[in-house]
Design a protein around this ligand. Structure first.
Ligand code: IMP
Length: 422
């Protein structure tokens, strides 16, 4: 293994947590390059314990792996500490030798969360259905060149005045536009300094660290969060997250040179889900969607919201796999399709190659479906492609045909061992 990147090929929640955990076993470094506490990577350990990680890379479950939060990540300092404490209570200590945080990563501060949540209140026009974790407003301040970075905790120089400046702008919006209470920068500073003292030993120029590691031939796994269709530039704008969720973001977000990736793996669920607002061409409404939601346990790992469910959209997959340079795919949750009756696969959009650039256009697409036979057998115990019932094998092969990308691994349950390679 050299430099590998795992991306979600749909709208997030593809089951990346388990796949990353699988690949992390052989990695020296596991790196997040974008997003923040909006992610929810679920990992089921062999002893039955279930963990949901929001910020820390999934390499924390493997001794000997150095976990990195790169410059493109936005992180809530208090949330990082909470996540570390939760792991420590479970007997997994994350010390500075196992977690490195970029000095350049921006901090998600209380104004960001308050603004995100205020904009998302019921009935507000332009709702995106965000996770409410402050991600969009934090990236706004980053792009607006008024954000605070982890480096500001290290030097503390000008911390109070930077917070004051941010508070002046953000409180104005909170109070005047949204009728919310302002947030006192002095209180934030006191709490931030305290959190900063604890985080200081974890901070470093992680770009330098990774470039050295790659130069020495170490195995580096880049852990995608969200999914390509939620990418700020290439997703279903404006119903996207505010970061570069596609593999293109690795270079700037982690600070490695172009060409530094040897392999990109796209993770796709055997059907499609989406949380929040926004177009979803193969969405199933009513009872059929409900059946998939129930069978797949499709409720958000970060917010608990029910996920919208639909058939596998191979036209969208072709776009996201091509965009991210994935030459292979991991297909997850194939077991969920057992007992769902005849299945449909969205094969193409009539008259459209690629993916539309606006949400309005997506809603006018005319999807073309193929109906394929389903199967009733449970798949939890299957450990080889040959062990799958015939229609499940045909389903996998048809998805490969329609996407033009090889499925190198199939997951048939939440457990670490419920997976097989092809
Ligand atoms: P935000 O990232 O919280 O700003 O949310 C923007 C959009 O991305 C919303 O539709 C969220 O539901 C979606 N989103 C963000 N993170 C995830 C994720 O990890 N899985 C699935 N959807 C996500």
């Amino acid at each position: 293994m050299a430099a590998e990147c795992i991306v979600g090929a749909q709208w997030g929640d593809e089951g990346k947590g388990k796949v990353i955990d699988y690949f992390a076993r052989k990695a020296d470094y596991v790196v997040r390059w974008a997003g923040g506490g909006n992610a929810g990577h679920t990992i089921l350990l062999p002893d039955g314990r279930k963990f949901v990680l929001h910020l820390l890379p999934a390499g924390v479950f493997h001794q000997g792996v150095v976990n990195v939060l790169g410059a493109g990540v936005v992180l809530d300092p208090w949330q990082v500490l909470e996540e570390m404490e939760a792991l420590e209570r479970a007997g997994l200590r994350v010390d500075p030798s196992r977690l490195r945080i970029s000095l350049r990563a921006h901090m998600v501060l209380p104004w960001h969360k308050a603004l995100d949540q205020a904009r998302e209140k019921d009935g507000r026009p332009g709702r995106i259905g965000t996770t409410g974790k402050g991600i969009g407003p934090c990236y706004e301040d980053k792009a607006g060149r008024r954000g605070l970075r982890m480096a500001d905790l290290a030097s503390r120089e000008g911390l109070a005045s930077s917070l004051e400046r941010l508070a002046r702008e953000r409180n104005l919006l909170l109070e005047s536009l949204y009728g919310e209470a302002p947030i006192d920068p002095a209180r934030v500073e006191a709490s931030l300094v305290e959190a900063g003292e604890r985080l200081l030993p974890f901070l470093e120029d992680t770009g330098l660290l990774l470039r050295k590691a790659l130069g020495e031939g170490k195995s580096v796994l880049f852990e995608g969060a969200q999914g390509v269709l939620l990418d700020l530039d290439h997703g279903t704008y404006p119903y996207v997250t505010s970061s570069s969720a596609s593999s293109g973001g690795v270079f700037s977000g982690a600070g490695i040179p172009f060409g530094g990736l040897d392999r990109v793996i796209g993770v796709a669920k055997a059907y499609t889900t989406r949380v929040g607002e926004g177009p979803f061409p193969s969405e199933l409404h009513g009872e059929a969607g409900e059946r998939l939601r129930k069978a797949g346990g499709e409720f958000g790992a970060t917010t608990g919201r029910p996920r919208r469910c639909g058939w596998l959209d191979c036209a969208a997959l072709r776009y996201s796999l091509a965009l991210s340079g994935a030459r292979e795919m991991v297909l997850t949750k194939l077991d969920v399709l057992s007992g769902q009756g005849p299945l449909k696969i969205l094969a193409s959009y009539e008259g459209m190659d690629g993916f539309p650039s606006s949400a309005g256009e997506v809603s006018r697409l005319r999807p073309r479906y193929e109906e394929v036979p389903g199967w009733d057998e449970p798949l939890g115990g299957v450990r080889s492609f040959e062990g799958l019932p015939g229609p499940a094998r045909d389903y996998v092969l048809r998805v490969e045909d329609l996407t033009g990308v090889r499925i190198s691994m199939v997951s048939v349950g939440p457990g670490r061992d419920e997976v097989f390679r092809r």
